[in-house]
Unconditional design. Structure first.
Length: 159
């Protein structure tokens, strides 16, 4: 670990906390969230010009980290190779990003439906209302998602 900065443990723990102690590849929990051993992985390897900044680090479980470094298609804990969770089990916890995407899609669908009703009534044409409703829904969703991504970028790269 001689190539790591002196505050590596602190950075690693910040990344785990940011990622909610969850593997960003397969979703298993570690630390306070489960029994999996967590690793801080460099998204862009140091050997290819990457840095030790937290914006270049992500949380992976031991199996996913090993799989990525050994060029396997999926880690043993990847979702496609894990048993499906029971519907309505209540044990699924969404990440912050997933919550924002879900809320923005719901808002987009709601406002898109309102726009559809209004424009279908005004234009007396069903398809015109559908087109306008779709554009409004997609537009609102895209704006909310891009605002979230920008806020994460600003938090990771303060001036």
């Amino acid at each position: 670990m001689s190539n790591y900065p002196p505050d590596w443990d602190s950075r690693r723990r910040r990344v785990y906390r940011r990622d909610n102690y969850t593997c960003t590849n397969c979703g298993v929990g570690g630390g306070d969230r489960g029994d999996e051993e967590l690793h801080a992985h460099h998204v862009v390897p140091i050997s290819k010009g990457g840095s030790h900044k937290t914006s270049n680090l992500t949380t992976l479980c031991r199996d996913c980290h090993h799989a990525i470094h050994h060029k396997k298609k999926y880690a043993p804990t990847h979702q496609s190779q894990r048993p499906a969770r029971k519907a309505g089990g209540g044990d699924v916890e969404l990440t912050k990003f997933e919550k924002v995407v879900l809320i923005s899609l719901m808002c987009g669908a709601f406002f898109g439906s309102i726009a559809f009703l209004v424009f279908a009534f005004i234009l007396k044409s069903f398809w015109s209302g559908v087109y306008v409703g779709i554009f409004v829904a997609v537009g609102i969703s895209a704006i909310m998602i891009s605002e979230y991504i920008y806020s994460v970028y600003r938090r990771e790269n303060p001036k």
